[in-house]
Design a binder for this molecule. Structure first.
Ligand SMILES: CC(C)=CCC/C(C)=C/COP(=O)(O)OP(=O)(O)O
Ligand SMILES: C=C(C)CCOP(=O)(O)OP(=O)(O)O
Length: 306
């Protein structure tokens, strides 16, 4: 049976999301000068809302390992910039060709395709420029170096971009052309890699050791795959009003997903199994602070309605 979320969890989540929003807002590029249109396009999607999951995970694992200080803030903003870059590019005509995201017309629809491509690129680059601002904020600069390396590695060919490149092949292949091993590679990389980056970078900034980082990587990997499978399920069961993005997008692009391979019930079973494994491993993780919020967050994410 799924855990019912406490009223307290909902209130704490809202408060933490609001805090993440204000931290992100403080690092957005200024809309001025000749490149004003580019900054506007970058900020258009960054300010459209969204769950702010990756900054929340980063902040929470920083807290779990007793992190203090300000260096976590630019990293939180950087995580959301990387994620938002990925959404802007994912929606482009050359990839999913979707017109709505976060309840608004997509960036390329509003600003044109060229500015859409550039806004995605600029956000990815600005993410590193932003994370770099953590150096003067933390006296243990080795921690910042480590977190920075994690961000770079999990975003590129050995992470998100590697996964997305195979997902693009998936789109061209038609239903059932992709087997489970390849699908797991796609989900592990296009989706889990950023959750892993968030949890590992947060813990690295707090001074966690290699074993802790490995454990967080395994946990975030499972949560990420479950999160992506839930996204597949919502694509065929929810509505555009609820999600703020088009439904049946996977079908339109003839993508193989957990739903096409195993049906909605089979996909649900996988979400439950992965969530349980992630929560169990989190319970076994030894860290100085309580893990209750994170456990409830995992449960809420994988059973989410949007
Ligand atoms: C570098 C790029 C472009 C990365 C994209 C990463 C990603 C997880 C996109 C969303 O996947 P999706 O297409 O399954 O989800 P949605 O339903 O949100 O479009
Ligand atoms: C990985 C996937 C499924 C892309 C959407 O991510 P989110 O569902 O976290 O999107 P926002 O809330 O940030 O808009």
């Amino acid at each position: 049976m799924r855990m019912e979320h406490s009223e307290n969890f909902k209130a704490v989540l809202e408060e933490k999301t609001r805090e993440a929003e204000s931290i992100i807002a403080a690092y957005l590029p200024k809309e001025e000068g000749f490149a004003k249109e580019l900054a506007k396009a970058m900020n258009y999607s960054m300010t459209a809302g969204g769950k702010r999951l990756r900054p929340l995970l980063l902040q929470e694992s920083f807290r779990l390992f007793g992190g203090t200080g300000e260096a976590v803030k630019p990293f939180m903003a950087a995580m959301e910039m990387i994620h938002t870059h990925s959404l802007i590019h994912d929606d482009l005509p050359a990839i999913d060709n979707d017109d709505y995201r976060r309840g608004r017309k997509t960036t390329h629809v509003v600003f044109g395709e060229a500015v859409g491509v550039l806004a995605g690129d600029a956000l990815l680059n600005y993410a590193y420029e932003t994370a770099w601002k953590a150096f003067p904020l933390e006296e243990h600069t080795d921690r910042v170096v480590r977190a920075f390396g994690i961000l770079c590695q999990k975003t590129g060919i050995s992470g998100m971009l590697g996964g997305q490149s195979v997902d693009v092949m998936n789109e061209k292949a038609g239903h059932f052309a992709i087997d489970r091993e390849m699908l797991d590679y796609i989900y592990e990389n296009k989706t889990s890699a950023l959750l892993e980056a968030a949890m590992m970078a947060g813990a690295a900034l707090a001074g966690a050791n290699d074993d802790d980082l490995d454990a967080l990587c395994r946990i975030a990997s499972k949560v990420g795959i479950a999160f992506q499978i839930r996204d597949d399920i919502l694509d065929v069961t929810s509505t555009m009003e609820e999600l703020g993005k088009p439904v049946f997008s996977d079908e339109k692009n003839e993508k193989t997903t957990y739903v096409t391979l195993f049906g909605t019930d089979g996909a649900e079973q996988e979400v439950k199994r992965l969530t349980k494994e992630a929560v169990d491993e989190l319970k076994n993780l030894s860290c100085p602070r309580d893990k209750i919020f994170l456990e409830e967050l995992f449960e809420s994410l994988t059973s989410r309605k949007k």
